[in-house]
Design a binder for this molecule. Structure first.
Ligand SMILES: [Zn+2]
Length: 140
């Protein structure tokens, strides 16, 4: 009988140690390369991403926060998407956070206009890499 275990570091739920070992090693290597210290020394796990997004969307949609705080909330949402995108690739071949934001902002209008404009000024816009509904797909 398979027993499902959950790893508190990489967040993976698994029954096979071999599968987990590979994912876990990739997660640590990806964290070393891509995690932003401001958001912790490791990438966010799936569960953390969902929790962070939920809180940030609430702050963003509350509407009465000053722009700076709403931009910070949107950045946490972008970072959650970024963590999902990186860990989904299970490789080190991924744009860094700044470039990822520029790609996402070029096609995604999920954020209020003033927030989007502030983020676009910060990260720029890099169209043509990400299609609606997807996180990131390596070219080729
Ligand atoms: Zn793990």
């Amino acid at each position: 009988m398979d027993v499902l275990r959950s790893c508190s570091v990489c967040g993976m739920e698994y029954s096979s140690h071999a599968t987990h070992k590979k994912w876990h090693a990739a997660f640590l290597a990806q964290s070393a390369k891509f995690a932003l210290p401001a958001y912790g020394r490791r990438l966010w796990t799936y569960r953390s991403c969902e929790e962070q997004k939920s809180v940030a969307w609430e702050a963003l949609r509350g509407g009465d926060l000053q722009l700076e705080l709403r931009v910070a909330a949107a950045e946490r949402i972008l970072y959650a998407w970024f963590c999902r995108s990186v860990t989904d690739t299970v490789s080190l071949d991924h744009p860094d956070f700044g470039e990822y934001c520029a790609m996402m902002l070029a096609h995604d209008a999920a954020f209020p206009q003033d927030v989007h404009a502030a983020l676009a000024r910060r990260y720029g816009l890099k169209p043509g890499f990400i299609h609606a509904g997807s996180y990131y797909k390596a070219p080729g």
